[in-house]
Design a protein around this ligand. Structure first.
Ligand code: ADP
Ligand code: ZN
Ligand code: ZN
Length: 730
C-alpha cells in the first residue's frame, strides 16, 4: 500500500499539476484511492482544506519528516464536486489517459465570472405589425428576419439567445429598439419567465413512452427509437416537465450541429428561464457562468453538446441524449470517452434515468435493448398530420457503366433534377465524404476487395499492394476484376464536392447552385449563411457533405440524391455499414418534410448491400438484424469488446519493435483469459506529420479483460519505452 499521496487542493485552478505530497496515516490507507476527496492541513490555516488524491507513491519527494499527514478521507456524503471527480476517475479507468486529463474534461478551470444583468428582448408591435415589418426587410437581413419571426411566436426572448443564436449585433438590436420594433429591458435576476408548458397533445405512442419513463425506477436506461418527425422531442419535453416538477434537474445532450435556434427556442418556450444552453462557440467565461448558475440551482435544464454532460447539478434526475448514434458524442482527445456511456455512468452514480433517442440507434445501444439492459420505446409514425416518409429509389451505377454513362450523375437522377428545377422545387445532392479513398471496387459488377480474415475492405497502397489494416494481410493488386474480368476494378479516389459543383453547373446551367463543405464553411457564420440562403429559396441545388443531411428542415426540398453510397461502405472499419446506413437514412429523412411528397435517389455500385436496402426502405430492424449477425460472426463489438491501442513514434523501426514487445506483454497478461490479440500492424494512416503509427487490437467478450489489457499497456508505457500510446475501447 502506498505511503504517500499527491493531493490537488484547488481543483478549479487553471493548472492542475500543482500538487502537494502528504503522508497517508495507516488507518486511512484503505480509503486512499486516486480521486478520493481528502481533508488536509494546508499553510498556516487552522481549518483543514479539501483536496483530491491524484497520485500515490511509496517514495517521499522531499524529506519525509517534513510531510504532513492527511487529516481525513471521508467516505460518505459526496458533494457534487466529489461526485464529478469520482466520475473522472471512472472515465480514466475505462478510457485510459491520466487523471489530470479526465479531471479537465469533467471540471473546467475557473474563469472570472462577471455578473451580467439579465436582459430580455420584448416585442413592441402587434404580431400583425411585426409581420408587415418583416416583409419590408431585404433578402440580406436574415438574422433580423429570424428575430422578427421569433418575436411573433414569443413575446419576449432572453437577450443572450438573441445575440448568440440569432447572430444579431448589439447595434442592430439597438437600432430596432429605436425604430420602435422591440424593447430591451433589464429585469431582476430572480424574475423568472415560466414558459408555457406543453402545447401539443401527445398521441398514444408518445404518452405510453413518457409514462414508461416516469414510472421506471432510478438508473433505468431507455432507448427512444422513432423516425425523424415522430415526436421524440415532445416526449422529452413531457418527461422533463415532470422531473423538474419533482425538484430535480435535467441534462439534454444535442449534437452541436443540431443545436439550432429552433431547437433551443422549443425548450425555452416550454420551460422559460429554467433552461440554459451551452455550445462550443461560447467563451469559456460564459460557459463557466452557466455552470455556476446550475450549481446554485438557478436553472433546472441544461442543453448542450457533449460537454454539457458535466453540468454540476446537485440533484440530477434525468439525462437525455438526442441523436445518440452521432459520432460527435465520442471525444477526439484523451480521454476518448463516449458521451452515451458516460451519461449512463453518471446516472448510476446519482440515481438518475437516461433516455437515448434516435431514428437509427447505434448497434451497440440496440444490442443492449435486446439483452434487456436498456428498455426499448418505439414511435412508429410521423407525428404531424400529412407528413409522410419519402419514397426511395436505388440506382444501380453498374448499369450506368454498361450504358456508357461515366458521369457521377445517373440518368435517373439527372431526369429527376430536371423535373424539380422545372417545378421550382429544391434539390439536395449529398456526397458521402466519410468515404475513404483507397479501397478497390469493380464499377462493372460491384465486387470489392476485402480481407479474407477480417471482412473489411483492403486498402490500396502505392507499392501496388492491397492491405488489411486490421491484421496486416497483403496481396498484389490485380488490375482486372477477379469476379467479372472488367478493367474497371479500381481504387476509389476522393472526388470532392467542388468537382461535383462544376459538373452540376455544367449539366444544369440555369440552376443556382450552393455548396457546403469544410472549405466553404470555415466559420460558423458561413455555415449558417449558406443554410439560410438555401432555406430562403435563393438556391435550387445544395451540394454538400454529411453536414447537409443532419437535422435541418427545408420544406421545399423534394429530391435528395445520395451520389455515392459506396464511399462509406469501403471504409476499412468494422462499423462502415452502420455509418453508411445512418447517413443514407438521414439523407432520406431530409426529403418531403412538409406536405409535398419527397423522393430520394441512392446511387450505388452495390444495390444489394443490406445497408443500402434497409436505408431505402427505412427499415431499421432489417438493418440491425443483418448487422448484428455480421458482428457476431466476426467477433466485433458489441458482441465482443475491442480495445484499440495505437502507438506513435518518429522512428519507424523503433516503433515496430516496441509495439512487438507491447503485444507480447499484453498477450502474456490476457491470452490465458481467451483474449485475442491482433497485430501489431501499420495503422490506416501509417505516417502523419512525421509520426509513424502502429495499431494493436485486443478482442474479448468481457470488457473488463480489455480494460485490464489497457492497464497493462499503460503500465508498460510508463516504463522506459517512451512510445506515445492512445487507447480506444470499442
Ligand atoms: P423528432 O424529435 O422525433 O424529430 P419532433 O418532436 O420534433 O420529432 O416532432 C416533429 C413535428 O411534429 C414537430 O413540429 C412537432 O411539433 C410535431 N408534433 C410532435 N408531436 C405531435 C403531436 N402529438 N401532435 C401534433 N404534432 C406533433
Ligand atoms: Zn467485376
Ligand atoms: Zn484482415
Amino acid at each position: 500500500m502506498a505511503a504517500y499521496a499527491d493531493v490537488i487542493i484547488d481543483i478549479t485552478a487553471p493548472t492542475l499539476d500543482r500538487t502537494f505530497q502528504y503522508e497517508i496515516p495507516a488507518e486511512l490507507a484503505p480509503r486512499a484511492m486516486i480521486g478520493a476527496p481528502v481533508a488536509v492541513p494546508f499553510g498556516n490555516g487552522k481549518a483543514p482544506r479539501r483536496g483530491y488524491i491524484v497520485g500515490l507513491s511509496d517514495e517521499p519527494k522531499v524529506d519525509a519528516a517534513k510531510l504532513r499527514p492527511i487529516a481525513d478521507i471521508p467516505d460518505r456524503d459526496l458533494s457534487i464536486e466529489d461526485s464529478l471527480v469520482s466520475l473522472a476517475r471512472q472515465i480514466r479507468e475505462r478510457y485510459g489517459g491520466s487523471l489530470y486529463d479526465a479531471l479537465r474534461v469533467v471540471i473546467p478551470s475557473r474563469q472570472k465570472v462577471q455578473s451580467v444583468p439579465k436582459r430580455i428582448v420584448k416585442r413592441a408591435l402587434t404580431v400583425t405589425e411585426l409581420v408587415a415589418a418583416a416583409e419590408k426587410l431585404t433578402a440580406r437581413e436574415t438574422a433580423k428576419a429570424r428575430l422578427y419571426k421569433a418575436l411573433t411566436e414569443t413575446e419576449e426572448i432572453p437577450y443572450e439567445l438573441v445575440t448568440g443564436k440569432l447572430k444579431l449585433t448589439k447595434d442592430a438590436l439597438e437600432k430596432a429598439a429605436k425604430e420602435g420594433i422591440l424593447t430591451i429591458e433589464t429585469v431582476e435576476n430572480d424574475a423568472r419567465s415560466q414558459g408555457e408548458g406543453l402545447t401539443v397533445t401527445l398521441n398514444d405512442e408518445q404518452v405510453a413512452a413518457a409514462e414508461a419513463v416516469l414510472a421506471a425506477p432510478p438508473e433505468s436506461v431507455f432507448v427512444l427509437h422513432g423516425i425523424t418527425g415522430s415526436g421524440k422531442t415532445e416526449v422529452y419535453l413531457r418527461v422533463i416537465g415532470d422531473i423538474v416538477a419533482q425538484g430535480k434537474q435535467v441534462i439534454v445532450l444535442i449534437p452541436e450541429i443540431a443545436l439550432t435556434y429552433q431547437t433551443v427556442m422549443r425548450f425555452y418556450r416550454c420551460f422559460g428561464d429554467k433552461v440554459a444552453f451551452v455550445h462550443s462557440k461560447m467563451s469559456a467565461g460564459d460557459r463557466y457562468r452557466m455552470r455556476e448558475r446550475a450549481r446554485k440551482g438557478e436553472i433546472s435544464i441544461m442543453i448542450g453538446p457533449r460537454s454539457a454532460l458535466f453540468t454540476p447539478f446537485p440533484n440530477l434526475g434525468m439525462l437525455i441524449v438526442d441523436e445518440e448514434h452521432e459520432t460527435s458524442y465520442r471525444s477526439e482527445s484523451t480521454p476518448r470517452y463516449h458521451a452515451v456511456a458516460v451519461a449512463v455512468m453518471r446516472a448510476k452514480m446519482c440515481g438518475a434515468k437516461v433516455i437515448l433517442g434516435s431514428a437509427t440507434p447505434s448497434t451497440e445501444t440496440f444490442y443492449k435493448c435486446e439483452s434487456g439492459e436498456y428498455r426499448l420505446l418505439t414511435l412508429t409514425k410521423r407525428a404531424k398530420e400529412g407528413a409522410a416518409l419519402p419514397k426511395a429509389e436505388i440506382v444501380d451505377l453498374r448499369e450506368e457503366i454498361a450504358a456508357h454513362n461515366y458521369s457521377v450523375i445517373s440518368r435517373r437522377l439527372r431526369a429527376a433534377i430536371t423535373d424539380r428545377l422545372a417545378k421550382k422545387e429544391q434539390v439536395m445532392l449529398f456526397l458521402n465524404r466519410r468515404g475513404y479513398a483507397g479501397f478497390v471496387s469493380c464499377r462493372a459488377c460491384g465486387e470489392t476487395a476485402t480481407c479474407p480474415h477480417c471482412d473489411v475492405s483492403l486498402t490500396y497502397h502505392n507499392d501496388g499492394t492491397l492491405r488489411c489494416h486490421y491484421c496486416g494481410y497483403r496481396r498484389a493488386y490485380e488490375k482486372t476484376c477477379p469476379s467479372c474480368g472488367s478493367k474497371f476494378y479500381l481504387p476509389f479516389g476522393r472526388s470532392g464536392t467542388q468537382k461535383i459543383e462544376e459538373l452540376v453547373a455544367k449539366e444544369f446551367p440555369t440552376a443556382r447552385v450552393l455548396r457546403m463543405d469544410a472549405d466553404t464553411t470555415k466559420a460558423a457564420e458561413d455555415y449558417e449563411a449558406i443554410l439560410t440562403e438555401f432555406a430562403e429559396g435563393r438556391g435550387d441545388i445544395l451540394i454538400g457533405t454529411q453536414m447537409i443531411v443532419k437535422g435541418h428542415d427545408f420544406p421545399k426540398v423534394t429530391l435528395v440524391g445520395a451520389l455515392a453510397a459506396d464511399l462509406s461502405l469501403g471504409v476499412p472499419e468494422y462499423n462502415s455499414a452502420e455509418r453508411t446506413f445512418d447517413l443514407l437514412a438521414q439523407a432520406a429523412g431530409r426529403a418531403g418534410r412538409d406536405r409535398i411528397p419527397g423522393e430520394v435517389i441512392i446511387q450505388t455500385y452495390r444495390p444489394e448491400h443490406y445497408a443500402v436496402q434497409a436505408a431505402a426502405t427505412a427499415d431499421y430492424r432489417a438493418f440491425y438484424d443483418t448487422e448484428i449477425a455480421f458482428r457476431r460472426s466476426c467477433g466485433y463489438p458489441p458482441v465482443r469488446h475491442l480495445l484499440t491501442i495505437v502507438g506513435a513514434d518518429r522512428r519507424e523501426a523503433f516503433l515496430e519493435s516496441a509495439m512487438d514487445d507491447l503485444a507480447a506483454a499484453v498477450k502474456a497478461a490476457v491470452a490465458a483469459d481467451g483474449a485475442v490479440v491482433i497485430g501489431p500492424s501499420p495503422a490506416l494512416l501509417r505516417k502523419k506529420k512525421d509520426l509513424f503509427y502502429r495499431v494493436l487490437y485486443v478482442k474479448h467478450g468481457d470488457v473488463s479483460v480489455c480494460v485490464r489489457a489497457k492497464d497493462v499497456a499503460e503500465g508498460w508505457m510508463r516504463g522506459e519505452r517512451g512510445v506515445g500510446l492512445t487507447f480506444d475501447v470499442d
